[in-house]
Design a protein around this ligand. Sequence first.
Ligand code: 3HC
Ligand code: NAI
Length: 706
Amino acid sequence: MSELVRFSKENDVAVITIDNPPVNVLGPGVPEALAGFIEKLENDASIRAAVVIGAGRTFVAGADIREFAKYRSGEKKRPGTLPLLLKIENCRKPVVMAIHGNALGGGLELAMSGHYRVAVPGAKVGQPEVKLGIIPGAAGTQRLPRLAGVAKAIQMCVEGAPIPAQEALECGILDRLIEGDLLAGAVAFAREVAAKPAPKTRERIEKLGTAESNAPLFASARESARKKFRGMMAPLAAIDSIEAATRLPFEEGCQAEQKLFNECLFSDQSKALIHVFFGEREVAKIPDVPADTPLLPVNRVAVIGAGTMGGGIAMVFANAGFSVLLKETDQAALDRGLAAIRKNYAGSVQRGRFTQQFVDERLQLIQPVLSYDGFAAADLIIEAAFESMDLKKQIFGDLDKICKPGAILASNTSSLNIDEIASATSRPQSVIGTHFFSPANVMRLIEIVRGKATGKDVIATCMQLANKIGKIAVLVGNCRGFVGNRMYHAYNRQAMFLVEEGAAVEAVDNAITAFGMAMGPLAVGDLAGLDVGWRIRKESRHLEKPGVRQPLAADRLCELGRFGQKTGAGWYKYDENRRATPDPEVARLIREWSAAANIPQRSVAPEEIVERCIYALINEGARILEEGFALRPVDIDIIFLNGYGFPAWRGGPMFHADLAGLKKVYERICEFHRLHGELWEPAPLLRRLAEQGKTFADYQALSASA
Ligand code: 3HC
Ligand code: NAI
């Protein structure tokens, strides 16, 4: 029998150990071996009960997600997990599932087919399938409501977040928490229940409710899923499947679940979300920075500048338990920064995210300073002062004199050249960009910007540290705007052009949000402040090619003092609650400015709005890839999902391009090139891949093997 699953005996109790590192997925060989051992224990008269346990760090983390593509392509048939689970449930001897780490997806489904479940207090159980664009596919939507009740099953299958063991005990998923040695506790539990009739989850109906009691649950679950998971099919499918559990006998409920599972599995959404699952892990892998690169110790952090970003960054580190020095130039600025931090924390307490005690402890960790006192002991210094090269060079020159050798000197610059900043020091190997996104304490992304001299230990330490503070880091090269903002610039510019060509402001934003973006680009502009882009455009005019089209209306709005939300008016007008409404005056002004600039007016269809904006992203992304500023297409995708509100269920711009077909994308870009000029020149990489009938995924695979 396979080594993936082991069978042993503790006198009268069989112990079945699943040992499929790293996370014991139910990959090929595991279900078969489990089934064999269930038969073995049935046939061994000396055995009265069994314990199923996971080896290593966890119980079972679910089905093997890597196999899903093979089921879709027809290369493999999906293994019948359902019959295995029925076999376990039908076993005449009690089977106790012993959980540590996680029981997720197929792991929880396996656990629910056992007659009892015990767990260590630190364990978690969950049905996270929605996060992969699917629903539980091994009767999870049928057994979970029977154990935990309909409302809990809806919550777990729709949200996908695992719940802690204590909560699982209270709602009936677990039967006991085991302090101390799990295996010993589970074996003792198995002996306690050995003589009792083994309860079958599928036969339990007492928590399934009635049609009347369930109707409002399903109605409100659907309403909130439509809002919270806008555009996603799996959360709604999970609700349908749980509803089937409440209406149909178990076997028919399972058939309904299979049908919904397959619809989800074969959807583009599931392909995209699985791409994201592996992508989030892939971005941590940097070809020339091996996983065993020695890390630099980081215990003390210092932040320069207590403005919008510095304050947020200080909170992020304090939340993770680091002590943080927060430096400003004068007391008033420091007071303002600290007041903003306190206000932010107070909001978190009000919303129930943090307790007052947690916040008090975090505030203790942030030490405000007006000088470089204490900086000599800092392991990591993050500069978040104004976006000015002269200022940053001066600060890095100071840091070079004050900081200890080996300290990491990081800049939060959103656009400036990291090598030039590093040139102000005698240790460019210690200088790196850590580009947090606003608000820093909320947004998950950090672009880690690699300068030409940045040390591998510095890169490895920052990538790992990002994880520690609950962020996702993507390594990028040192180009203007780095990866995210460089691409966003191309996208945003198209949105501005479209309104100048006749599309209404709200029509542009509506088309983009209907595509799935969290916000439309023009509303984002109003939120961030139109003056930011205006200032950058004024400062970088000398870098633009003469004759190339520039946005017009955005600058004019700024000249009128319309900076967006902060002035109560931008592309939209805002009421005192910052609620936006379209402004007829803006529509009139744009028509006037466009006429004066001889921009022909026409009606623009929502499809064109989406293509113009999203294909601009893709074209710039292809350029960035070929120039080597992003390591892989998936790195770009992860940046856009975590920093720019791109819908995860579309997988990111590069994955979206693959699904749309690069030939189609390329041809449309060629058409835009003919119609709208040189900003649309197709990226050579995109042209090559389109002509060869290849995808960005092929390019990634080829680059990996090169
Ligand atoms: N299938 C295939 N590979 C998996 C996997 C899975 N279900 N879960 C994790 N892995 C891989 C990861 O890709 C990673 O591989 P790598 O080292 O090559 O990058 C490795 O296992 C370790 O994973 P993590 O780095 O994520 O390890 P952590 O300790 O940080 O986290 C975990 C462990 C919480 C279990 C996390 O891996 C996780 O959330 N896994 C996915 C769980 C899940 O979604 N399960 C449902 C699967 S679908 C299903 O079961 C359908 C069923 O209803 C029929
Ligand atoms: P901000 O203007 O809100 O804050 C900058 C702060 O730095 C001010 O409080 C200022 O008093 C302080 N400061 C200036 N010189 C200093 C010095 N020598 N020592 C200590 N403090 C000093 O600016 P913001 O928005 O926080 O930006 C900071 C940096 O982060 C910039 O480089 C910016 O490009 C970047 N960034 C900004 C984002 C945003 O959305 N605001 C997003 C990502 C990066």
